[in-house]
Design a protein around this ligand. Sequence first.
Ligand code: HEM
Length: 156
Amino acid sequence: MTALLLSLHVLAAILTVGPVAITASMFPRAARRALAAPDDASAAAAARLLHRVTRVYAVVGVAVPVLGYATGASLGVLSDAWLITSMVLTAAAAAVLIVLVLPGQRRVLEALDKSPSAASDPVRRLAMHAGVFNLLWAVVVVLMVYRPGSTTGAGL
Ligand code: HEM
């Protein structure tokens, strides 16, 4: 059972966090291109598609912490420091996505429709937020693999 949960957890992480990390990183560049060419409908369409993928995969990504928690419960490691740290960092990354990245993308898309000049500042901030988000995931993955302090980890 533990092996099944762990497999599903890792599969969910690859299939959901991976796409979100990529689309959140690609969005600012696509938005900049759309801003530079307001008459180019395909540039705006690309930014819109990246926002949609970020949003949809963020929702499906809820499976990652849920399956991770179930795996941790099954292994009896829920009170391990490395796992508690991972959960806090996962919550922080989710907060960055929900509070900063997704609403920021939405604001840029709205500005693209109305006043493109108002969208350039949010685009700069979005690139930074996407970077913070990706850094948090990277730290969580390292913690998941090394599990510092645990007897089952790769060891640090
Ligand atoms: C609430 C958040 C999370 C919890 C509770 C959790 C829990 C766990 C647990 C218990 C394991 C098994 C460790 C072991 O075999 O001893 C694991 C493995 C793993 N997790 Fe998570 N996880 C969470 C979030 C994430 C996230 C966000 C990612 C990726 C972005 C991730 C990627 C992985 C990977 C790749 C492994 C396999 C590591 C290995 O076997 O070497 N986890 N996780």
